[in-house]
Design a protein around this ligand. Sequence first.
Ligand code: GAP
Length: 435
Amino acid sequence: MTTETVTLEKIVALCKRRGFVFQSAEIYSGLNGVYDFGPLGTLLRNNIKALWLKHMTQWPEEVIQMDGSILGSGQVWKASGHLENFSDPMVDCTNCKKRYRADDMDLERPCPSCGIKSWTDVRQFQLMFETNLGAMADSASKAYLRPETAQAIFINFKNVFSSCRVKIPFGIAQIGKAFRNEITPKQFLFRLREFEQMEMEFFCKGETARHFFDMWIERRRVFYQDLGIDLNKLRVRPHAADELSHYSRGTVDYEYNFPFGWKELEGVANRGDFDLTQHSTHSGKELAVFDEETKASYVPHVVECSLGVDRLFLTLLFDAYHEDEVEGEVRTVLRLSPKVAPIKAAVLPLVKKLNEPAEKLYQALKAAGISTQFDESGSIGKRYRRQDEIGTPVCLTIDFVTLEDNCVTARNRDTLVQERIAIDRVVDYVLAMQR
Ligand code: GAP
């Protein structure tokens, strides 16, 4: 069987069964569009973020990091254009009161929920979550949860530039939570109200922006290749002029072929000098930099790479999920790249009598910083299946021969090949799989 059999329902069930993802506040019947991540989900997310950061910082140009606040003042979001433009078209059914995103609906047809065709006018719905700072709930105390991490980078551009001795071109990368009051959160982790973004804003001279735009599009492909994503299911789609965001001079989406169609995974945008110019105008602060070559000041342009942790998490699960037949039995296997797999190795003593040497190996792997599971219950076949289902690249079995030859049997998740490895080589063996 192939990945064609993968469905959203199977992914959701696996995530819950094996401790990747839980509906938030599930015991109180859940919070729509909000999820909690269990132990394996947390490990997978951390590995995704670490690999993203490596791919941002491994190139010749400097990319440094920052960590901005989640709460932002209305002034920031006014200058960025979000207060005016960051909304989705919304429509209600006057009969059953169900609310929809108008651009998801064919308004010539009846409501899918009650079957009656009676729509309100289409209105714009502001997607930012609003709150108040302090005890007074008035317009002066109004603040917003950030709908993207990027603005924290723009408003701190001068702080970073003048405190970190960086030269243009350079980038600032940030990973952090973002919030959008989506009208219809859907498809599990695909469209959430609380999610995490990995964004990198690359500052350059205007005349080089096109070059860096193309360069980062290609660098993102290298990232997806390194992650082992099926490149036949990934495509780059340039935005048509009428779908460009208010800040963009050119955007391409990396799209993935999900079971529910080709959808945006990541956006790479040439934001021009829109952001720094807007913040300079609204704050009255000079955000231009001085060019030693031309002896003139200029406002840097920005190329942005913006990717959701959760959306990539979901993509990886879809991409890695396979059902195949092993020894006459269907097994579910997550063929996650060892670089991001939550558990890198499992130690399996053949019988309980062998727990002591197995425990020694387990502790050695943990001491080397390798995320490892010790699994002693059930038949070896059952234990292999358990590890396959969570994407563990290798299982290490300790048997009675181990006591004589100091070797373990390493069983590869994907090839099912088994080989004997000397115990003192196991740490290097497991680390080598992640390179
Ligand atoms: N700074 C640009 C920006 O935020 P975006 O296309 O709105 O652009 C970038 O978002 C990425 O963030 C998307 O490609 C997606 O991966 C992720 N994302 C956006 N909205 C999301 C949501 N509601 N739930 C999960 N991920 C989301």
